[in-house]
Design a protein around this ligand. Structure first.
Ligand code: UD1
Length: 418
């Protein structure tokens, strides 16, 4: 198994380019299921989760090709002969559930392994199922599989009981081929939902209100092929900004979108960073004493749960005491135990962590437990005195493209070993 070795204590300096957004690319790949014409997608990040989704689509009958002359990859779902998502694939990536809505809409049937609990929480899919049933789908769960059929999905009004990102995306994709109009209320407002909606609109869908909590979709009889480029990854962007705020230094991030990171940038400025943005760049300088920053995660546009672990690492060496409250997932503080092995002073009470800043962390052997927890350990390694070894970095490879190359370009001493 591969590990990362980090010698801490170097400030970050230089510039790198941000990759396409994993959480936008995954639903957009599934949008290819909605048409028998080709969907050409650019700015797809090279990540384990993307490979898993392509393999899943491929075994359903979707052809995946890449051509040196055309950017990105081309998907064609002309023949969909196996609308099944098997357990082996769903268990490695919960976002596999995103095939359910498009399959029901296009071929009227799907058999998807029920995602189990995962490291960060229970994560049920009841809202996805309830919404599809309201649109007329017959759904039963047996032997660990969701078995769904629908003659023709019917547009209707659906109010989510809780705000769910992939739930909103699944129902939006189901609704674009339904008969009549669907109104999604209490919809998630994440920028990745706008990106998916824009891709679907390019394919001929009629969608209004994506990015607000009410989305209206007028069903069409078919969608057509299109070319689309995925938005930049706001969580990768936020992770590098947090890393540099923690280590000190000066970095420029290119090919990103600074306007999707308001809550994160506000907290970094509170921590002492100077940040300047232009339309697709962010420039960060950190040369002040790092201040502790308290935060509470909540759905977009509030502070993202996917940035919570990285800020936990930053707060370990902040001046003062920070309180972090995780409100989205019930078990997303597992990195705390690992940070404590590096000497961090953190107390956990329920879903809240109290972090008392100390002058420095000590390098140690630690273990990644989930994707964003891995990023927090990388940041901790960059600021620690001495060497940090991170095990189980396959979690990191699910969501960060070339992270050690990008950090090396910024001057970090980091290497991958077998
Ligand atoms: C997506 C993101 C993930 C991010 C999360 C929250 C993707 C591929 N993943 O995950 O990176 O951390 O949003 O911003 O985009 N819930 C239910 N019933 C449901 C659906 C969700 O109870 O049917 C609960 C979940 O257990 C969780 C909360 O709702 O507590 C939010 O989950 P959700 O927004 O659905 O997360 P994902 O879409 O899985």
């Amino acid at each position: 198994m591969q590990k990362l070795l980090i010698q801490g204590g170097r400030p970050l300096h230089g510039e790198i380019s941000i990759s396409g957004a994993k959480n936008a690319a995954l639903p957009i790949l599934c949008a290819a299921l909605l048409t028998d014409e080709s969907l050409q997608i650019g700015n797809i990040p090279v990540l384990r989760d993307i490979e898993t989704m392509l393999a899943l689509l491929n075994q359903m009958g979707v052809s995946v090709t890449s051509d040196h002359n055309a950017p990105g990859i081309t998907l064609s779902a002309k023949q969909l002969n196996n609308p099944i998502a098997p357990y082996e694939m769903v268990k490695t990536m919960r976002a596999s559930i995103l095939v359910l809505g498009p399959l029901l809409a296009r071929v009227g049937q799907a058999r998807i392994s029920l995602p189990g609990g995962c490291a960060i929480g229970l994560r049920p899919v009841d809202q996805h199922i309830k919404g599809l049933q309201a649109m007329g789908a017959e759904i039963s769960i047996n032997h660990g599989y969701i078995n769904a059929t629908a003659k023709k999905l019917q547009g209707t009004r659906i109010g989510f009981d809780i705000v769910t990102v992939t739930g909103t995306e699944n129902l939006m994709m189901a609704a674009v081929l339904a008969e009549g109009t669907t109104i999604l209320e209490n919809a998630a407002r994440e920028p990745e939902i706008i990106d998916l909606a824009n891709c679907l609109i390019t394919m001929g869908a009629k969608i209004q209100g994506a990015g607000t909590d009410v989305i209206t979709i007028e069903g069409q009889s078919s969608l057509h092929g299109a070319k689309y480029s995925v938005m930049p990854d706001r969580i990768e962007t936020g992770t590098f900004l947090t890393a540099c705020t923690a280590t000190g230094g000066e970095i420029r991030l290119n090919n990103t979108n600074p306007y999707l990171l308001g809550a994160v940038i506000d907290k970094l400025v509170e921590a002492g960073a100077q940040i300047n943005v232009s339309h697709n760049q962010i420039h960060l300088t950190m040369n002040l004493q790092l201040q502790s920053v308290s935060l509470r995660t909540a759905p977009y546009p509030a502070f993202p749960t996917d940035m919570q672990a990285q800020f936990m690492a930053l707060n370990c060496i902040g001046d003062g005491t920070a309180i972090i409250t995780e409100t989205i997932f019930e078990n997303r503080l597992m990195h705390v135990q690992e940070l404590k092995r590096m000497n961090a002073d953190i107390e956990v009470e329920g879903n809240t962590a109290i972090i008392r800043g100390i002058p420095h962390l000590d390098g140690a052997h630690v273990m990644a437990t989930d994707l964003r927890a891995s990023a927090s350990l990388v940041i901790a390694g960059l600021i620690a005195h001495g060497q940090t070894t991170i095990d189980r970095i396959y979690h990191l490879d699910r969501g960060y493209e070339n992270i050690e190359q990008k950090l090396s370009m910024l001057g970090a001493n980091i290497q991958r070993i077998n």
